[in-house]
Design a protein around this ligand. Structure first.
Ligand SMILES: [Zn+2]
Length: 539
C-alpha cells in the first residue's frame, strides 16, 4: 500500500481534498478503522498518483449475470486452500528479503513467481513497463476460457514489491501469495471465461506497474469484467479482527461487493468472514483499473497491520488462518465469476502405481498406472512422489497405461500416488492408493584428495543424472595455516560419469591438519602433512 505526506486534490470520483497525516504518527493515533485505510508508502519522493486525463469510455461488459449458488467444484477448490499452502509460498517469497522495485531481490522474486506460474501449466508473460523513471516487470499468467464466444476476463492481483528494509510479508506478500495459490488451484480446473493472475511491481513507488498494465489493457480493448486486488490480508490479532474483511469499491463496482458478500454467505462454513463495504480508496493497484473505468475491488484486512512498512512486517506477525479465510473468499469469488466449465465427470481413481519398492538416491525409476474416463475423454495425470508433486502430464487416451519417471535426492521412505483429470474441464479424481519405495542414500560424487602444491581433489559423478550447481569447499582443522585462498566454489554442471578437479588457489602453512573436502552433502576427510605450500596426504 502507498502513503505520502502531500495534500492531493482528487476529482472524477469524489471531488474532495485529502489530508494525509504524517506517517510518523503511530497508526492508532491517526486513524479510526471505520474510515478509509491509511495510505503510507515509501515517502522519500513525491508520488505520481494522478487521474487519467484521456476520455475514458467504459468498455467492460458482463454477459451472464448468474446469481451466486453453492457449487461442489467451488467447495473442492476452497478445501484445497489451507494455511500450509499459504505458508509455503510466503516463506519462499519472503526469503528474497526486501523486494524494492528495480533491485536484484525484486527481480529474482519476479523470476520465481514466473517459474511458479509456468510450473502450473499457465500461459505466462513478463509485462515490462516504464513509468516515472522506473523500469520493471509485472508477471501475468493466463488460464484461457473454454467458451470461445466469451471475451470476458477476470483478474486477481497483488504486488510483489515491498518498501526498503521490510520483508513485506503482509504488504504485500499476502496478496502475491493469494494470487499464486488461486492460480495453483484454479489451474487444475477449466472455466468458461478467461482468468488472469497478475503480480505487479512499482506499487510502492506510486502504483507504477498497475498503471501501465491497466492502460495497456484499455488500449487493447480488453473486456476485463472484474479485478480483485488483494493488498494486506494477513493481519488480525484477535477473533473479532479475524472475522471481518474490508472491501473498497467505487460506485460502478458495487455489484462486486454484493457478489463477494453472497459468496461469503453461501460458503460461510468454509470461509467464516463478514464482508465490510468500506468505500473509496486509491491506496493500491485497483486504482488505475477504476481510472480506466474497469470494475474492481480492493480487499484489505480489518485491522491495519501495526508492523506495516517496517522490518517487523514478517510472517511471525501474520495470522495465517485469517489470511487463508480471506484468500478462500477471493478464490471462490473469482472462480464463480469465471464460471467453472466443462461439466464432465472426472476419470476414475487411477490404479495404484506399479514400480520398484526400493532403490538408490539420484537414480531415475519408472512407474506406471492407468484409469478410464466415463466419457472417454483424454486423461492427464499428476504424480505425488512424496518429495514433490509433478505438473499435470498428458493427455493420454482413456484406459492407456502411462509411465512417469522420478529420482529422489534424499535417503528415506516415500509414498507415491497419482490422480487424474480429463482434458474437458472435470475436477480431478481422488489420489490413488499409494505405493512405497525405500531410497538408500548414496554419495552422488566420489571425492579423491591429492596433495602436491596445495590441495587438489578429483570429483567424479557416480549417479545416473547430470549434477548441477555443486557447492564445494576445502577446509582445514589443525596445523598452522598462514595463507588459504580459493578454498570454495561451484561446479555448474558435472555430467554422468564425468570428473572435475578442484584445488586451492593459495595455501601456506605447517603442521598435520585434517583436510576436509565437501561437495554439497558429501564429505571426505584425510590427514595431511603441510610444509609451506606443499601438501602430502598421509592417511
Ligand atoms: Zn501494499
Amino acid at each position: 500500500m502507498l502513503a505520502i505526506t502531500l495534500i492531493i486534490p482528487i476529482s472524477g470520483f469524489a471531488t474532495e481534498t485529502r489530508i494525509i497525516p504524517n506517517i510518523n504518527q503511530s497508526f492508532s493515533q491517526s486513524f479510526n478503522y471505520g474510515g478509509p485505510p491509511p495510505l503510507p508508502g515509501d515517502m522519500s519522493f513525491p508520488f505520481p498518483i494522478h487521474e487519467v486525463s484521456e476520455n475514458i469510455e467504459k468498455i467492460s461488459r458482463r454477459h451472464n449475470t448468474d446469481t451466486v449458488s453453492r457449487n461442489d467444484i467451488i467447495i473442492d477448490m476452497i478445501q484445497q486452500l489451507d494455511e500450509s499452502m499459504i505458508l509455503d509460498y510466503l516463506e519462499d517469497l519472503v526469503a528474497f528479503g526486501p523486494r524494492v522495485t528495480e533491485t536484484t531481490a525484486c527481480e529474482q522474486a519476479g523470476d520465481w513467481i514466473y517459474d511458479q506460474f509456468q510450473s502450473m501449466g499457465l500461459d505466462v508473460r513478463y509485462h515490462s513497463w516504464s513509468n516515472s523513471g522506473y523500469d520493471s516487470e509485472n508477471i501475468e499468467a493466463t488460464l484461457h476460457g473454454l467458451d470461445q464466444t466469451s471475451d470476458e476476463i477476470y483478474i486477481i492481483c497483488g504486488h510483489y514489491d515491498s518498501v526498503p528494509g521490510s520483508p513485506g510479508a503482509d504488504d504485500d506478500g499476502s496478496g502475491t501469495v493469494a494470487t499464486l495459490a488461486a492460480a495453483y488451484i484454479m489451474s487444475q480446473y477449466s472455466f468458461n471465461h478467461t482468468i488472469r493472475f497478475v503480480t505487479f511491481s512499482g506499487e510502492e513507488q506510486g502504483l507504477l506497474g498497475s498503471e501501465r498494465y491497466a492502460q495497456e489493457a484499455y488500449s487493447n480493448g480488453d473486456n476485463i469484467v472484474a479485478t480483485l486486488n488483494v493488498d494486506m490480508i494477513g493481519f488480525a490479532e484477535d477473533e473479532f479482527e479475524g472475522s471481518k474483511v474490508k472491501v473498497y469499491h467505487n460506485d460502478d463496482s458495487y455489484w462486486l461487493v454484493d457478489y463477494t458478500d453472497d459468496i461469503a454467505t453461501q460458503y460461510e462454513d468454509l470461509i467464516d468472514l463478514d464482508v465490510l463495504p468500506s468505500g473509496w480508496s486509491w491506496g493500491s493497484d485497483h486504482y488505475y483499473f477504476w481510472e480506466y473505468d474497469y470494475d474492481a475491488l480492493f480487499y484489505h484486512e480489518y485491522e491495519f497491520n501495526h508492523y506495516y512498512h517496517s522490518p517487523q512486517d514478517t510472517i511471525e506477525h501474520m495470522n495465517l488462518t485469517y489470511d487463508m479465510k480471506c484468500t478462500r473468499l477471493i478464490l471462490a469469488t473469482l472462480a464463480t465469476l469465471s464460471n467453472p466449465g466443462g461439466s464432465s465427470n472426472p476419470p476414475d481413481t487411477p490404479d495404484q502405481p506399479d514400480g520398484p519398492t526400493e532403490g538408490d538416491a539420484y537414480t531415475e525409476y519408472t512407474f506406471s498406472t492407468s484409469t478410464t474416463d466415463p466419457e472417454s475423454d483424454q486423461i492427464c495425470y499428476k504424480w505425488d512422489w512424496g518429495d514433490e508433486i509433478s505438473d499435470w502430464e498428458g493427455p493420454y487416451a482413456s484406459g492407456e497405461t502411462v509411465e512417469s519417471t522420478h529420482y529422489w535426492r534424499e535417503e528415506g521412505t516415500y509414498e507415491i500416488s497419482v490422480k487424474a483429470k480429463d482434458d474437458n474441464g472435470s475436477i480431478s479424481s481422488d489420489w490413488s492408493e499409494p505405493i512405497e519405495i525405500d531410497i538408500a542414500g548414496i554419495p552422488k560424487v566420489d571425492i579423491v584428495i591429492q596433495g602436491g602444491l596445495g590441495v587438489k581433489a578429483t570429483l567424479t559423478n557416480q549417479v545416473d543424472i547430470d549434477l548441477e550447481d555443486l557447492l564445494w569447499n576445502i577446509s582445514f582443522d589443525g596445523g598452522i595455516i598462514l595463507v588459504e585462498e580459493g578454498t570454495s566454489g561451484i561446479i555448474e554442471n558435472l555430467p554422468i560419469g564425468e570428473s572435475e578437479i578442484i584445488q586451492t588457489d593459495k595455501l601456506f602453512g605447517i603442521g598435520l591438519p585434517l583436510i576436509t573436502v565437501a561437495v554439497d552433502d558429501v564429505e571426505v576427510t584425510v590427514r595431511g602433512l603441510l610444509f609451506g605450500p606443499l601438501v602430502l596426504i598421509i592417511g
